[in-house]
Design a protein around this ligand. Structure first.
Ligand code: FMN
Length: 324
């Protein structure tokens, strides 16, 4: 009997839904036992978010300040064959409840020497959050064997409006007669997530040791190259501002609230000026930096590989049958 632990947290229910579809083949297999652990912060985060509280969460998110979480229902001494960590991204970092879990004493015991699969459901900027998650997993002695990232269906520009409207109002949309598209990952992509669980069942059945090939060629992630530079710039700005906010007191402190108003204006100006300029510049420079960008894309797609690799493989298969 193989034992799998799924650690998850979700505000709207989206990520728990993704985790459920992902793990359905494991749940259906009588040779696998699946334990779901829902992470509960002692002080719950609101959903929908009040605007200023939403903004005020970014310094703690970026600096990985862990909130206290309720004790887990699973014993930290239980021995699992695989741990699946389902997390969402908050301000280019793993969400605070999941950071709370990763920094708990229970995680230290549960992840030690264990294969880990990360499962992300977010707007579409997850690359640097996953870098933080990788460090935390390695710090606990875990071994990352797979990563799946599901992103919002509205694309970069659509979700730029749709996701904030969703988390600030609780309504997915579409809004304004479709001008702001529906937020969240598409139903189709959530349903199709069971292919990853099926692959894990297959490897368990074949008695294979789980390694970085586990979820290859299933289109586990899609690397949006124009977002690599944007994430790096955004993160640098978050860290700078975050340091200033932290110096002014804890979350909710009055001085922080005042600075937040200034920060909100700064963000809007940044978004309507620097972000499009940055994207345009990156598009223009991309042909000159092709090799470097491709190397970065390959790096961020590890260990499970990107959707375009699946497409490449299909094309190669078609070509090889055509030519044989
Ligand atoms: C405070 C906050 C910050 C967020 N920051 C990001 C982000 O930096 N990148 C991203 O792709 N999505 C971001 N999102 C969207 C979430 O990753 C996620 O898609 C959404 O909150 C739904 O998750 P749920 O399953 O918890 O409901 C953010 C959401 C919240 C609430």
């Amino acid at each position: 009997m193989k034992k799998v632990l799924v650690v998850h947290y979700s505000q709207s229910g989206q990520l728990s839904d993704i985790a459920r579809h992902f793990t359905q083949p494991l749940v259906d297999d009588e040779n696998v036992s699946v334990v779901f652990e829902n992470v509960c912060p002692q002080k719950p985060y609101p959903f929908p978010w009040p605007f200023f509280q939403f903004l005020d969460t970014f310094p703690n998110s970026v600096y990985l300040d862990p909130p206290t979480i309720e004790p887990l229902t699973v014993s930290a001494d239980e021995d699992f064959d695989l741990i699946i960590i389902a997390y969402q991204v908050w301000f280019l970092s793993p969400s605070l409840p999941m950071t709370g879990f990763m920094q708990s004493s229970a995680a230290k015991k549960l992840l030690k020497d264990k294969p880990v699969v990360t499962l992300i459901g977010c707007r579409n900027m997850w690359l640097l959050a996953q870098e933080e998650m990788k460090k935390m997993i390695a710090g606990l002695g875990g071994r990352l064997v797979g990563n799946v990232a599901l992103v919002d269906e509205a694309g970069s520009i659509g979700s730029f409006w749709a996701t904030p409207v969703w988390v600030l109002t609780g309504k997915k949309g579409p809004h304004l007669g479709g001008l702001i598209p529906r937020a969240g990952v598409s139903e189709e992509n959530i349903k199709r997530c069971d292919r990853f669980g099926a692959r894990i069942v297959q490897w368990f059945d074949e008695g294979r040791e789980l390694n970085g090939d586990l979820l290859k060629n299933l289109g586990a992630v899609q690397i949006e190259e124009s977002l690599i530079a944007s994430e790096k710039t955004g993160r640098r700005a978050f860290r700078l501002w975050g340091r200033l906010f932290r110096a002014l007191g804890p979350e909710g402190a009055r001085l922080r609230r005042c600075l937040l108003a200034v920060y909100a204006v700064f963000l809007v100006v940044l978004i309507v000026t620097v972000v499009p300029l940055n994207m345009l510049l990156n598009k223009l420079l991309a042909p000159l930096m092709r090799e470097r960008i491709d190397a970065q894309k390959a790096y961020f797609a590890e260990p499970s590989g990107s959707a375009s690799e699946v497409a490449d493989e299909k094309i190669m298969r078609v070509q090889s049958t055509e030519y044989s």
